[in-house]
Design a protein around this ligand. Structure first.
Ligand code: NAP
Ligand code: ZN
Ligand code: ZN
Length: 354
């Protein structure tokens, strides 16, 4: 296959695990028949961007351009595109492609494609350019229409950008575990993912308890929808919750003790990890054996469920709480994210890259 015609765009990239992100120029392909060309307006800053930029998961290829919470405007479409037209406001999340033929792809669970993360918006493989995929910290992106999402018109596009990862990553496990009225649900960590989990669990009718290490977030957690907030470093606050949860979603980005939370589950309760810390988290046998508890994981969400989540957010007016930054503030934003000092998602105003 010959290389498609390309154009240059400004981006922010990092050349190594230890370098800060810096301005650069990258190439995108001109739209092929089923491609949508998107001017990026806003891009959310996910903690995965930081793990990836610093090679904390040990598979980053450099130069690396993070960013997978993309909202933009369609500026051109290929000749075969059916669903989008120039001027539409659209979203792109963590996936830009998949094999489309494996069992998971056929079920619309493209996040579990047999090709693994090859279709990632970053950390994937661009089969057209034969290079690693480059993410949304850039002026524009070209994506095959099947991986482009419709943004509800009533939502603020900047505050809706984090739905493309933080939103779907928390919506999907809450749906999978059938969270609803009458259930007691815990959310661990009030960051980008955690604050969306609180909003969704509340919207689904559960009793929501937020666990935080930051005393300063207690009032915000209640405002965002938590019925109760527990400062997890205070044993006196933790003890009354032992053995009482149907479900706990763990959205912590760093080392922490899972067993403490497992002990809060009821018989047959489940804890699902969405956080992806760099180092393995030790799991003790007894918190699992007792009461037949289970521990699982969940990865983002497939295209149909991501669209369903966006439509749900449109209907219920759900967006992220954001702090807008300029592109040149990204390295400072990463440092603040490491201090848990984010309320509750940074979003880059991509106009600042022009
Ligand atoms: P974030 O905004 O930085 O939030 C992480 C939160 O974890 C912090 O705000 C803090 O909440 C808590 N925390 C941080 N360090 C802690 C520590 N040492 N002990 C206990 N709690 C701590 O990150 P995010 O963007 O929400 O992402 C969270 C994790 O999910 C990351 O590892 C990310 O890579 C992963 N992720 C996974 C998926 C997936 O598909 N599974 C998708 C997206 C992201 P408090 O201040 O409230 O304690
Ligand atoms: Zn993400
Ligand atoms: Zn597949």
């Amino acid at each position: 296959m010959s290389k498609p015609v390309c154009f240059s765009v400004k981006a922010y990239l990092t050349p190594s695990a230890t370098s800060p992100l810096a301005p650069a120029v990258i190439e995108r392909r001109e739209p092929l028949p089923s491609d949508v060309k998107i001017e990026i307006l806003y891009c959310g800053v996910c903690h995965s961007d930081l793990h990836f930029a610093r090679n904390e998961w040990h598979f980053t290829q450099y130069p690396a351009v993070p960013g997978h919470e993309i909202v933009g405007r369609v500026t051109a479409v290929g000749s075969a595109v059916q669903k989008f037209k120039v001027g539409d406001t659209v979203g792109v999340g963590c996936l830009v492609d998949s094999c489309r033929t494996c069992a998971s792809c056929r079920e619309g669970l493209e996040q579990f494609c047999d090709l693994g993360l090859a279709g990632g918006t970053y950390a994937g493989w661009d089969k057209h350019l034969n290079t690693p995929t480059l993410g949304g910290y850039s002026q524009s992106i070209v994506v095959t229409e099947d991986f482009v999402l419709r943004m509800p018109a009533n939502l603020d596009p900047a505050a809706a950008a984090p739905l493309l990862c933080a939103g779907i990553t928390t919506y999907s496990p809450l749906k999978h575990w059938k969270i609803g009225p009458g259930q007691k649900v815990g959310v661990v960590g009030l960051g980008g993912l955690g604050h969306m989990a609180v909003k969704f669990a509340r919207a689904f009718g559960a009793h929501v308890v937020l666990f935080t290490t930051s005393k300063s977030k207690v009032a915000d957690a209640k405002r965002l929808g938590a019925h109760d907030v527990v400062v997890s470093t205070d044993e006196k606050q933790m003890a009354p919750h032992a053995g009482s949860f149907d479900f706990i979603l763990d959205a912590v980005s760093a080392d922490h003790d899972l067993n403490t939370y497992m002990n809060l589950l009821k018989r047959d309760g489940n804890m699902t990890l969405v956080g992806a810390p760099e180092k393995p988290l030790p799991v003790a046998a007894f918190p699992l054996l007792m009461r037949r508890r289970s521990l699982s994981g969940s990865l983002i969400g497939g295209l149909p469920e991501t669209q369903e989540m966006l439509d749900f957010c449109g209907k219920h007016n759900i967006t992220a709480e954001i702090e807008m930054i300029r592109m040149d503030q990204i390295n400072e934003a990463y440092e603040r994210m490491l201090q848990s000092d984010v309320k509750y998602r940074f979003v880059i105003d991509m106009a600042s890259l022009k």
